[in-house]
Design a protein around this ligand. Structure first.
Ligand code: WQD
Length: 340
């Protein structure tokens, strides 16, 4: 079985991708510095897939340690690189922490493989900013990010594209996520925000379970059907499956170039108020919310054109908003009875 290195594999999207890689017949080795995730996830993964994935605690900013790890794992057939700091607000307060971590880790990883590696990179629709045309395609221009976090994604993509242009043995696929939400159907893994959730859906589930107060809807004066902002929410399990499809494409050698980019969304947008309604409808839980001011740095509306992933990855999202909400709620209820 080909072995895939998953950096940040104890995180939200990383852990779900480990499950789907196993289901697709891959062996996995996880590296993570556990700075933003919980090692108990390894036990949860063992319960889900029946084996405990190989795990190495590693700070990818430590160049020597990364080289040592790679030299001891010559059987790695590909890499999925999730490990990065991703809190938009924190990145504004501490830009250097984000630039240092997100770039050192990426560059150390590629260098350790002597730039001869198949790599799937975790990027984000945040690189588009507020698109001028919707749905947004991969050909749309990127815009100056609103946050250092978003900037690290944009610049990382440029680093990868420019390096691939002069390094034929480096084969990279950047996956631009829209809004990942939900949890595995077993409710054994899911999103584990640290502190007060900044993202909408974990705040909703924590409000519903009584851990937080009322939800604040950040603005109802946008040019949308109900005034609240639109995003393209995608189930984290669908997103995980797309990473397997991306690895398979890299292994197949069918890629037109050694640097490719794909949007990973559903192609459909939902407003904040529609998400709140969908949560109430699918879980039967009543939510309390108030309308507040717009959040600094938010864009008004975005949803993805996902035809390229359908054509070239043979992948499309299958799970709908109701399953996203229900799985997120089941995970929140599991956490209440089994605190990490
Ligand atoms: C969604 C919508 C908020 C909380 C961010 C990152 C992006 C990606 C996903 C990593 C917005 C509204 C939110 C709340 C609200 N992260 N909202 N009340 O900002 O679209 O994207 O997370 O890849 O890169 O930028 O996601 O969930 O924070 O917000 O009204 O309490 O919900 O204004 O319209 P966002 P989000």
């Amino acid at each position: 079985m080909p072995k895939i290195l998953v950096t940040g594999g104890t995180g939200f999207i990383g852990s779900h991708t480990v499950v789907e890689l196993h289901n697709a017949g891959y062996e996995v080795v996880i590296v993570d510095d556990l700075s933003n995730s919980n090692p108990k996830i390894l036990q949860q993964l063992e319960t889900i897939i029946g084996i405990r994935p190989e795990f190495v605690e590693l700070d990818l900013c430590d160049e020597a340690k990364v080289k040592e790890f790679v030299s001891k794992h010559s059987d790695i057939a590909g890499v999925i690189h999730f490990a990065a700091f991703k809190a938009v607000g924190e990145s504004v307060q501490n830009p250097l922490k984000y630039y240092r971590n997100n770039f050192y880790s990426l560059i150390n990883l590629i260098t350790a493989f002597n730039s001869n590696v198949k790599l799937v990179f975790s990027s984000s629709c945040t690189v588009y900013g507020q698109p001028d045309i919707l749905p947004v395609t991969e050909a749309a221009p990127t815009k100056k990010a609103e946050s250092p976090y978003g900037n690290t994604k944009q610049i990382a993509e440029e680093i990868l594209e420019e390096t691939c242009a002069v390094t034929p043995d480096l084969k990279v696929t950047s996956l631009r996520y829209f809004n990942p939400v939900g949890a595995h159907h077993t409710a054994l893994i899911g999103e584990l925000p640290i502190g007060v959730p900044q993202n909408l859906v974990p705040f909703i589930t924590q409000s519903a379970i009584g851990k937080r107060g009322a939800i604040t809807v950040y603005g109802d004066d946008y040019d949308t059907v109900d005034g609240s902002a639109i995003r393209d929410y995608i189930h984290v399990v669908d997103l995980a499956k797309a990473h397997v499809a991306a690895i398979k494409r890299l292994e197949s050698g069918k890629a037109e170039s050694n640097y490719e980019v794909f949007n990973l969304g559903t192609g459909k947008g939902s407003t904040v108020l529609q998400i709140i309604d969908a949560f109430e409808q699918s879980t039967g839980q009543k939510l309390n919310y108030t309308i507040g001011a717009r959040r600094e740095g938010d864009i008004e509306k975005v949803w993805g054109d996902v035809s390229k992933a359908a054509k070239d990855l043979g992948w499309k999202a299958e799970l709908g908003i109701s399953e996203m909400m229900l799985s997120a709620w089941n995970w929140e209820k599991y956490l209440k009875d089994n605190p990490f």
